[in-house]
Design a protein around this ligand. Structure first.
Ligand code: ZN
Ligand code: ZN
Length: 338
């Protein structure tokens, strides 16, 4: 098969790769119905994470089970399944507490920008849809593999409650779906901090009531203005830089909560500043697997449409253009069809 490999910064190639095989008896092989490029893939693409050897790319996936190992019980060939970027057993104490992305047996699922993918711990990792989904739901279902689950976790971690005032820092796909999640959870006011016009429009469609395009201290001052000088109950940090993290903490009212899901790059917190901010901080790699059954239900009943974040569709062999378009911010998120 051919799949995407990152060979050097900004050098994505669609090249011959070995077909994945069952290695452990708990594995499954799935045939990809659709895959995509993640904002976090851009950290590698831009060379911010060093590349020591050619790296098969992609970790967002959904498709049809082609083969299962001898110890796979609940997942069957022919099912349409979705999984998260971390494989998990769904049985250990950490999974049972709702944190499968820190499962004691967790394993990164990589190389999904390809027609076939090996998924470890298939019974724990994969969730099947009740029936084979119609083609028009594919973007919505693929979004559940990461961005929608991550935006949802940001809202859960930020303790969004009905009637709450919420700030979302970050206008990328995760931030946009953080807006959608906060809306689903009953937030009354949703302030999206985003400087990009087409993204502001989608934020409004997903439920944002206010847009703040200023950043840093100016952005915080705008949020304070909009919240009677107090700050927001819940703030979703969906970027992962020092600026976005401080913007999130400073936009939160004392006693409020920050849910942070942007993978931190160069973020350092100052002790006294954190102490006097008086906020709850919770975040980390989203336990997407926990939310899959609920989110699949919402999508299959057409209650949410997270697939709207895909504003560029390409055949998989043009994956390099997907990276370029996202890197140059011509696209929010690229949808790839094998
Ligand atoms: Zn991702
Ligand atoms: Zn586990």
């Amino acid at each position: 098969m051919r799949g995407a490999v990152l060979c050097a910064p900004r050098d994505i190639r669609f090249v011959e790769r070995e077909d994945p095989k069952i290695i452990e008896p708990t594995d499954a092989i799935i045939r990809m119905s659709a895959t995509c490029v993640c904002g976090s893939d851009l950290w590698d693409y831009r060379g911010i994470n060093p590349i020591t050897e050619p790296k098969p790319m992609g970790h967002e996936y959904c498709g049809i089970v082609e083969e299962v190992g001898s110890r796979v019980r609940s997942i069957k060939t022919g099912q349409f399944v979705i999984g998260s970027f971390f494989a998990s057993d769904n049985t250990c104490p950490i999974c049972r507490h709702g944190y499968p992305s820190s499962c004691v047996h967790r394993e990164l699922v990589g190389g999904a920008q390809a027609p076939l993918l090996r998924v470890p711990l298939a019974d724990g990792t994969l969730v099947a849809t009740p029936e084979l989904p119609p083609a028009d739901l594919l973007p919505d279902l693929l979004a559940l593999s990461d961005v929608m689950g991550t935006g949802w976790f940001a809202a859960v971690a930020a303790n969004v409650e009905p009637g709450a005032t919420v700030v979302v820092v970050g206008g990328g796909a995760v931030g946009l779906l953080g807006v959608l999640s906060a809306k689903q959870m009953g937030a009354e006011r949703i302030i999206a901090m985003s400087s990009h016009q087409s993204r502001q429009k989608l934020a409004r469609e997903f439920g944002a009531t206010d847009i703040v395009s200023e950043r840093g201290d100016e952005g915080v001052a705008r949020v304070k203005e909009l919240t009677h000088g107090i700050g927001a109950d819940s703030v979703l940090e969906c970027v992962g830089t020092q600026d976005s993290m401080m913007q999130a903490i400073h936009s939160t009212r004392p006693g409020g909560s920050v849910g942070y899901v942007g993978v931190p790059h160069g973020v350092e917190l100052n002790g006294p500043e954190l102490f006097y901010a008086h906020v709850h901080l919770h975040g980390g790699p989203a336990p997407v697997r926990r939310f899959l059954p609920k989110l699949i239900d919402l999508v299959c009943n057409r209650k949410i449409n997270p697939g709207k974040v895909f504003d560029l569709t390409l055949p998989l062999e043009q994956v390099a253009e997907g990276y370029r378009a996202m890197d140059e911010r011509r696209a929010i998120k690229a949808f790839l069809i094998p």
